[in-house]
Design a protein around this ligand. Structure first.
Ligand code: NIG
Ligand code: FE
Length: 405
C-alpha cells in the first residue's frame, strides 16, 4: 500500500541535489523543495519531488501547505533512569552550581527500580520524543554503575533503539570513592568483557562513552578517560565523549585524537580545541546540547565560531534527570538560534543530518531511505524557532488523522 503525501509547502530533504537549485543559503543547506510531494510505501520513501510531477499512489494525504522535515536524530540522551531531581534544578536557578554530584541520586533510584519500571519510564520518554518530531534516538547507560545494572540499562535501551552507548564511566560510584583506579579497572575489564559475551555484533552497546571532566571531582580525568576509551576502541567499539562541559579540559582533544564519532557539550573551548575539531571534520562531530546550558545556567557554546571554523556541529537534547530534563529538539533548535548564533537552517541541519552522521546514518529524504519524517504545523522550518515553545512538530506516524485545519 503506497501513500502519497501531497500539499507539502516546504520539504526539507538535506539532499544537495535539490539544494543546488536554491539561491538562499539556508534553502541550499537543507535541500528545500517547495510545493513538494513524497510517496511512502512499507516504511520506505519511494519517490520525492515537486508535487506537479508526483506519481499515482494507493492513498493520498494532503498536508495543507505544512512543512515536512527529516525526523530529528537525538544523538545524545540518558533515558534509562528513575527518580526525580527537580529540587536540584530549582537550587541551580538560585545559584547552586552543577558539578555532577547529583548523579549519585539518580544511580540510587535507578538501581532500586525494577526492569519493568525502567522499561515503562523509557517507553514514556521515547513516546514524548516522537510526539515532538524525534524519530531516532541514541540512549546511554550510566545510572547503574555496577556490571549488572549497566548491562540491564543497555538491554532495556536496546528494546527501543540500536544506537546504544555504554557510559559505565559516567562518574565514580560512591562505593568506589576511595579507590578510583579499581573502578576504572572494573569498567575496562569485566564490564567491557560482559558487553562482548556474545561478540561485538550481538553486544547491547554500539559505543563506549566517558564523562571526561577533571573539574567535576566526580567524573574522569584525561588520563582515566584515555585508558577507558582506548580499552573500548581496542575491543572494537566506536567512541563518544562527554567533554569540556564544566570547564576547559582534555576531553575535546582526546576525542579528536582517538577518532571518536562525537564529542558532546563543547561548552568551554580553547583555540586549540577548535583547531582540533576543525582538523577532525568528517570524523568527529561536535554535538552541542543547549538544553544543558539553559538548565545549568552555564554560558552557551559559540556554535557560530565552530561552524565558521569548519567544524561539523550537531544538536541533541542530552535528555537526563540532572542537567537537562527536556526531550525537546525544537527547544534545542530555538536556543541554538537565539543564543548560539546558528541560523534556523543550520540548527535544523545539525539536529538531523549532522546528528545522524554521528550515528553513522544518512538523513537525506531520498528514494530508498526509511520514511523517518516529521511534519511541522506551519509553512516552513523557520517556525521551529519563530514559534518557540509551541508544540508544532510531530513524527509522521503520530500525526492526528485527519489533520486539524
Ligand atoms: O550529559 N555530563 C554528564 N552527564 C549528564 C548529566 C548527568 C546527570 O546530572 O544526571 C550530561 O549532562
Ligand atoms: Fe550527557
Amino acid at each position: 500500500m503506497s501513500l502519497l503525501l501531497n500539499g507539502i509547502g516546504e520539504l526539507v530533504t538535506n539532499d544537495p541535489v535539490w539544494g543546488e537549485r536554491q539561491g538562499d543559503p539556508g534553502d541550499r543547506l537543507l535541500g528545500i523543495i517547495r510545493d513538494a510531494a513524497v510517496v511512502v510505501s512499507g516504511g520506505i520513501i519511494e519517490w520525492v519531488g515537486p508535487a506537479a510531477d508526483a506519481p499515482a499512489a494507493d492513498e493520498r494525504r494532503d498536508l495543507g501547505g505544512r512543512a515536512v522535515i527529516p525526523g530529528f536524530v537525538d544523538s545524545h540522551t540518558h533515558l534509562v533512569f528513575a527518580g526525580d531531581r527537580s529540587a536540584e534544578f530549582a537550587a541551580r536557578m538560585t545559584g547552586t552550581p552543577y558539578d555532577g554530584g547529583g548523579i549519585k541520586v539518580s544511580v540510587a533510584a535507578t538501581r532500586a527500580a525494577s526492569d519493568d519500571e525502567l522499561r515503562t519510564l523509557v517507553a514514556g520518554r521515547v513516546a514524548e520524543m516522537r510526539a515532538q518530531g524525534t524519530t531516532t534516538v541514541e540512549i546511554k547507560s550510566g545510572y547503574g554503575l555496577t556490571l549488572e545494572d549497566e548491562l540491564r540499562a543497555l538491554r532495556i535501551a536496546r528494546e527501543f533503539t540500536p544506537h546504544t552507548t555504554f557510559l559505565g564511566a559516567h562518574v565514580v560510584p560512591p562505593e568506589y570513592a576511595d579507590r578510583r583506579a579499581d573502578y576504572v579497572d572494573l569498567v575496562t575489564g569485566p564490564m567491557l568483557d560482559a558487553l562482548l559475551t556474545d561478540g561485538l555484533e550481538a553486544s547491547p552497546a554500539a559505543y563506549v562513552d566517558v564523562f571526561c571532566e577533571p573539574h567535576s571531582g566526580h567524573a574522569f580525568t584525561g588520563e582515566e578517560a584515555r585508558v577507558i576509551l582506548e580499552a573500548g576502541r581496542a575491543r572494537g567499539f566506536a567512541l563518544r565523549v562527554h567533554g569540556n562541559q564544566l570547564g576547559h579540559g582534555p576531553g575535546v582533544q582526546l576525542a579528536c585524537e582517538l577518532g571518536a564519532a562525537s564529542v558532546d557539550h563543547c561548552t568551554y573551548l580553547s583555540d586549540a580545541d577548535i583547531d582540533a575539531l576543525a582538523a577532525a571534520r568528517g570524523a568527529t562531530v561536535a554535538t552541542l546540547l543547549p538544553g544543558v546550558e539553559f538548565s545549568t545556567r552555564s554560558p552557551y557554546p559559540d556554535a557560530r565560531r565552530l561552524i565558521d571554523a569548519g567544524v561539523d556541529v550537531a544538536l541533541a537534547s542530552d535528555c537526563n534527570p540532572g542537567t537537562c530534563y527536556s526531550s525537546s529538539i525544537p527547544f534545542a533548535i530555538a536556543l541554538a538560534v537565539r543564543e548560539m548564533g546558528m541560523t534556523p537552517a543550520e540548527a535544523l541541519h545539525a539536529a538531523t543530518a549532522v546528528s545522524g552522521r554521528s550515528l553513522g546514518l544518512d538523513r537525506r529524504v531520498v528514494a530508498g531511505a526509511p520514511a523517518e519524517l516529521a511534519v511541522i504545523d506551519g509553512p516552513s522550518h523557520l517556525h521551529l524557532s519563530y514559534r518557540a515553545g509551541v508544540p508544532l512538530v510531530r513524527a509522521l506516524d503520530v500525526l492526528p488523522s485527519p489533520m486539524p485545519g
